[in-house]
Design a protein around this ligand. Structure first.
Ligand code: ADP
Length: 255
């Protein structure tokens, strides 16, 4: 019910915006395009100065310094510039999607099972260091047509979230399934979960659930995964129970 209300409100807002723009002789689609271009330009402009800030904070932090308070500030600066760098890289990735069509991307026949295993192996150390058991469930080989770098990025992102939003001594599993004409990478955790009224919104750009604030993040990761899946004719689906766990599935057309 709440979900429907949220979407009706958003539709109304968009309708009002479109009507207002119309009065000024501007099309909503042009306006959205302009906004996307603006974000892309600003992100590019921020990259260089941010790299300088990061470099200098790192230099200060690693330098000889006895003052503990100052050292804390330098540490904070390094962390904050890392966070901004992540945000900017994610924004740039989204703006690349806004521009590139599927034909402009390098795609190839890919064994999704093998790719998922490779990615899981890459994040295993991170799970281990948090005391989380990551299991790869052996499944059938499933072939899909994707860009392997982007697809690895999407799977890694979902796995990173599973680790980030889970407590130590819990489990995460990754499995590739075949259902009808689809290959599905399913990643299930026993973490904090997402409430029913928010589950439809977490794939939106910048949306973060109420219970996520303790963990750092930009709210862009899942929207990037969604766009990657959609680029290759697929989609994301989520199932979750607050306080019990989440299962995120990346669906792709089977070759
Ligand atoms: P973030 O950078 O905040 O992690 P994402 O776009 O990756 O952003 O995810 C959006 C939101 O979805 C998160 O802020 C969090 O509220 C929720 N979320 C995503 N994955 C999980 C998960 N495995 N468990 C619980 N909540 C999750």
């Amino acid at each position: 019910q709440q979900f429907r209300e949220v979407h009706l409100n958003r539709k109304d807002e968009l309708g009002m915006l479109a009507a207002g723009l119309n009065r000024m002789g501007i099309q909503l689609s042009d306006y959205i395009q302009y906004q996307k271009q603006f974000v892309s330009n600003v992100s590019h402009e921020l990259k260089t100065p941010l790299a300088a800030i990061k470099g200098f904070s790192q230099y200060l932090y690693e330098g000889e310094n006895e003052d503990e308070e100052l050292q804390k500030i330098y540490y904070h600066l390094v962390n904050e510039s890392d966070r901004l760098t992540l945000l900017i890289n994610e924004l740039l990735m989204l703006s690349r999607f806004d521009k590139a069509g599927p034909d402009e991307m390098d795609t190839e026949k890919t064994d999704l099972t093998q790719l998922a295993e490779q990615v899981a192996t890459g994040v295993r150390a991170k799970a281990d260091s948090k005391g989380i058991e990551l299991t790869i469930r052996q499944g059938p080989h499933a072939f899909v047509y994707v860009n392997q770098v982007l697809m690895s990025h999407a799977i890694a992102n979902v796995l990173d979230n599973a680790i980030k939003y889970s407590d130590p001594r819990t489990r995460i599993s990754i499995e590739v399934l075949i259902r009808e004409q689809e290959a599905i990478v399913q990643i299930s955790d026993q973490g904090i979960g997402i409430s029913a009224d928010e589950i439809a919104r977490v794939q939106e750009r910048f949306y973060r659930a109420r219970n996520a604030s303790a963990a750092g993040g930009t709210g862009l990761g899942l929207s990037i995964c969604k766009e990657i899946a959609e680029k290759f004719g697929g989609h994301l689906s989520l199932e979750s129970q607050l306080g019990a766990g989440t299962s995120v599935s990346i669906h792709l057309p089977l070759l």
